[in-house]
Design a protein around this ligand. Structure first.
Ligand SMILES: Cc1ncc(COP(=O)(O)O)c(C=O)c1O
Length: 381
């Protein structure tokens, strides 16, 4: 006997509940400026809100993708599994064995995979804060209890206090961004080692998304610790955020564990090809990193002359403080300059984050900022 049920109308259908740990979460606050940029084709946009590169990537990226698309089989086949082609190049470039590398769809994907692989509901995850919020969301979605660590001054690191908290709490996981987004705080290998040493059962995730700009890294620690993962990305200095490629370095045991759930075809074929081409053009990378470095000095000089509190960072962004931050952000937006208001974050009242680009772009951005501040200083009619 077959039971037949009268089909429900759409309104009668029950709404499917999300998983328990996701119920309390809100989508990552997406404040993309792209809509505004597309609505104002008359303006030259200065998109300096998401710490992307402000210039196109190496021309070799488009050349390699175009050459691939001219081949006989291009998009109909799956990509190279596990991005083995890119892993081989990264292994040679960094002199790190292939089994210690996992390539992911942006470093976000590596962070999410780490949370999925290692967090049990109720686990404690300690986060050096303020920080990149998306990681927090990934951990919360697995049921983690987030414990933030705040130094008394957000722009100054307090390794001793952080170490004491790690030692006391013995968390399941620690997440540190270095140089940190948005404060620029950076940890040396010795400092990181001193943190890891007090919690051998804790997994330390060190997010070096901005490592190329800082020209520094804790990679040398990988040989000494089984509980350290370092994530990096092609989205920032290499300028291919749109292709979505990141990677993680860790002990082989960790990479194998991540592979239990990471999709072997999770990085698309053009992303693999583009990332290989970008990695091979170190000249382009060095040119851009150098431009950003010099621009930061120009910004520091400008801020000093204009009396604007400004923190340079070792990454490709600076933080400036304004009494009327939301107003300044709105006015800049009207002029086609898109910056990120961070003034609502804990301990960052009044702070606005500016990604830094080339010297030429910096001159223009500063001119816009000067116009905005001048209009602020003038009594309204
Ligand atoms: C600290 C940090 N980690 C990771 C990411 C994500 O980068 P990806 O594009 O590689 O996913 C960002 C992006 O802004 C970031 O600031």
């Amino acid at each position: 006997m077959t039971l037949t049920m009268a089909p429900l109308s759409l309104n009668e259908h029950p709404v499917i509940e999300v998983a328990r740990h996701v119920q309390g979460l809100k989508p990552y606050q997406v404040v993309s400026s792209l809509d505004h940029i597309q609505a104002h084709p008359e303006q030259t946009p200065y998109k300096i809100d998401w710490n992307e590169s402000t210039v196109l990537p190496s021309p070799k990226v488009a050349e390699a993708i175009t050459a691939f698309l001219q081949g006989s089989h291009h998009l109909n086949w799956y990509p190279v599994l596990n991005s083995a082609n890119l892993i081989e190049r990264l292994s040679r470039f960094y002199a790190i064995p292939e089994e210690k590398i996992l390539v992911s769809s942006g470093s976000d994907d590596a962070l999410n995979t780490l949370c999925a692989t290692y967090i049990n509901a109720g686990d404690l995850v300690l986060v050096a804060s303020p920080t990149y919020q998306h990681f927090v969301l990934f951990a919360q979605a697995r049921g983690a209890r987030i414990v933030p660590f705040y130094a008394s001054d957000p722009f100054t690191k307090d390794v001793a206090a952080l170490r004491a908290q790690i030692q006391r709490e013995q968390p399941r996981m620690v997440y540190i961004v270095s140089p940190n987004n948005p404060t620029g705080v950076m940890y040396t290998p010795d400092e990181m080692a001193s943190l890891i040493d007090v919690a051998p059962n804790t997994l330390f995730i060190l997010d070096e998304a901005y490592g190329e700009f800082a020209r520094a890294s804790c990679l040398e620690l990988l040989g000494d610790y089984r509980n350290l993962v370092i994530t990096r990305t092609f989205s920032k200095a290499y300028g291919i955020a749109g292709l979505r490629v990141g990677y993680a370095f860790a002990d082989g045991t960790i990479v194998s564990d991540m592979r239990r759930i990471a999709s072997p075809k999770g990085v698309n074929v053009m992303a693999q090809i583009g990332a290989i081409a970008a990695l091979e053009d170190q000249e382009h990378l060095n040119w851009y990193v150098d431009q950003v470095e010099r621009s930061k000095q120009v910004i520091a000089d400008w801020a000093e002359v204009h009396g604007v509190p400004c923190h340079l960072t070792p990454a490709n962004f600076v933080m400036m403080q304004f009494e009327q931050a939301p107003w300044v952000v709105r006015q800049l937006r009207n002029a086609g300059v898109y910056v990120r208001d961070r003034s609502a974050m804990t301990n960052l009242a009044g702070y606005v984050r500016f990604s830094v680009g080339t010297l030429e772009q910096t001159e223009i951005v500063l001119q816009h900022l000067e116009n905005v501040l001048t209009s602020l200083a003038q009594p309204s009619a």
